[in-house]
Design a protein around this ligand. Structure first.
Ligand code: ATP
Ligand code: MG
Length: 355
């Protein structure tokens, strides 16, 4: 990574539950590393997107806005340098989505592999909420509204960035100039952290993740439950480290690289029990999560202050997104929103209704 990058960064999370180690490894650690080292960085709390598959339980989304903002503060995101933006507080994002929907076919939406997998997971079958199928378009609105060029994400988000760039290219062609820049994904060295159950992805919705706010006991219990190599029955048996969740987490979080390599080698050879590897992982995770938990508890004492951070970031984002919206309105032959609002504020002499 260069010392300074000229990029505008936009990333975010769905407030569907507390953030977990998958977020940390896939995206959050990169956001902290890039903070203050890039042109700008915006962090989006994607509450409207979260509603696309939680409309039956909107309270879940509303509650988790504060939880996710606390997680951001706890890992060291600083709202002065990385403004926190509440998606539903920036109406231009919804309006951009409406414009972009005209540039995307239903067939293209149905081909998105991440959305396809999520539809299956959620058992939507034929009852897919239209908003859910279209959420990659709202993500395109989020990314382009800030004219973001770099998006630190997990690998499940690559199809969204591809779709964003297709939409941006269409807008640029229609406008006859570069209005929206190309966005690049920034993948981490752990682009997809597996769930503790061995499923390919740790996810809030699957309930197979260790949250950043987990207590020390919860972390220990989760490590004890972790999927390893089911064929590794006796300590003396050679074991597999590939597909072994404990080793995946050690690779992601243990700063002692040589130590992990030695453990892996010993495990594959045989003679190393799961309990030894799990003990090491537990130490590593407790050392990572302890300070995060402490900072979180401190910020949690003043939730109103946390929401003030969110409100301030959202207000700043409204101005930026409104400017992009006007660019996009122009492409469709529509006047800037402020012009129309200004005119409608002029006094109209409507006939007075007879009473
Ligand atoms: P949900 O199940 O509600 O979709 P989620 O756990 O998938 O929640 P998101 O809010 O959708 O979390 O994702 C936020 C960011 O974290 C995205 O960039 C996503 O790629 C990344 N991310 C989520 N889970 C993982 C994971 N297991 N490994 C790496 N990155 C992840
Ligand atoms: Mg997700």
């Amino acid at each position: 990574m260069d010392d300074y990058c000229d990029d505008i960064i936009l990333t975010g999370d769905r407030p569907t539950g507390p953030l977990h180690l998958g977020h940390y490894a896939g995206s959050l650690a990169n956001r902290v590393a890039l903070q203050g080292r890039c042109r700008r960085q915006f962090i989006l709390l994607a509450d409207l997107q979260a509603l696309t598959d939680n409309a039956g339980d909107p309270g879940r989304v509303a509650r988790n806005v504060l939880e996710v903002a606390l997680d951001y503060l706890a890992i060291g995101l600083d709202p002065a340098r990385s403004p926190f933006v509440l998606q539903s507080g920036v109406p231009a994002l919804a309006e951009l989505t409406v414009h972009y929907l005209n540039l995307v076919t239903v067939a293209r939406l149905e081909r998105n592999p991440t959305v396809k997998a999520e539809i299956q997971q959620r058992g939507f079958a034929r009852d897919i909420p239209a908003g859910f199928l279209c959420y990659p378009v709202s993500q395109a609105a989020d990314i382009t509204a800030f004219k973001a060029t770099l998006v630190p994400v997990g690998d499940d988000q690559l199809p969204m960035i591809e779709q964003t760039n297709e939409i941006a290219a269409r807008i640029n062609r229609l406008g006859g100039r570069e209005i929206l820049p190309e966005a690049k994904a920034l993948l981490s060295t752990t682009p997809r952290l597996p769930g503790i159950d061995g499923k390919a992805k740790a996810s809030k919705s699957l309930g197979n993740a260790i949250s950043l706010s987990a207590s020390a006991d919860e972390v220990t219990r989760a490590v004890q439950m972790m999927f390893t190599d089911p064929a590794h029955l006796r300590v003396s048996d050679p074991g597999q480290t590939v597909g072994n969740v404990v080793f995946a987490y050690l690779a992601a979080f243990d700063p002692d690289r040589a130590g992990v390599a030695a453990l892996g080698e010993h495990y594959r050879r045989g003679g190393l029990g799961d309990s030894v590897v799990k003990k090491r992982l537990n130490e590593v995770l407790q050392a990572l999560l302890g300070p995060i938990r402490e900072r979180r508890e401190r910020y949690a004492r003043d939730p109103a202050q946390v929401m003030r951070f969110v409100d301030a970031g959202t207000a700043a984002a409204r101005e930026i997104a409104a400017r992009t919206l006007d660019d996009v309105r122009g492409v469709f032959g529509l006047r800037p929103a402020a012009t129309i609002a200004g005119r409608s504020a002029e006094r109209l002499s409507l006939p007075v209704e007879a009473g």
